[in-house]
Ligand binder design. Structure first.
Ligand SMILES: [Fe+2]
Length: 146
């Protein structure tokens, strides 16, 4: 396993956790922004799920072994989760998503660097594509927050 394999696997693990976290927001969001955010969080977990699968299959393609259990995802994720035990405002949820996306964007930036060094232009392109999309979502959320 190379550093690139390990790093792509970290991206896989993180998407596994992010997918679940976005469901938590989707299920528990309350208030006057409910309809907007409930739908937006669903759109985002669908996108994360797609990338989760794409990165895992890319890792297999380049000879790696993606994590495939919830425990491995949690243990190797760049982001952490917490049970929903007290009410969280919709604004706090958006701020959490922004922070998590920032973490993933940082990981993708490192992925671009490692894939570039390894001459793996396909993985590099995947990281660039996902990073582009997350940065756009982050811009929209920042504008949403005003
Ligand atoms: Fe739903």
């Amino acid at each position: 396993m190379t550093q690139l394999h390990d790093h792509v696997n970290k991206i896989v693990a993180t998407q596994g956790v992010l997918f679940t976290k976005l469901h938590q927001h989707h299920w528990y969001v309350k208030g006057d922004k409910f309809f907007t955010l409930h739908e937006k969080f669903e759109e985002l977990y669908d996108e994360v799920n797609e990338q989760f699968d794409e990165f895992a299959e890319r890792l297999l393609t380049i000879g790696g072994q993606p994590y495939s259990t919830l425990k491995e995802f949690i243990d190797n994720s760049s982001i952490s989760e917490a049970p929903y035990t007290k009410e969280v405002s919709s604004e706090e949820m958006v701020k959490t998503v922004l922070a998590d996306f920032e973490t993933v964007v940082t990981d993708l930036g490192k992925g671009i660097e490692l894939a570039g060094e390894a001459g793996d232009d396909v993985t590099e392109d995947m990281c660039i594509g996902y990073k582009t999309s997350l940065e756009k979502h982050m811009w929209m959320f920042r504008y949403y927050l005003g």
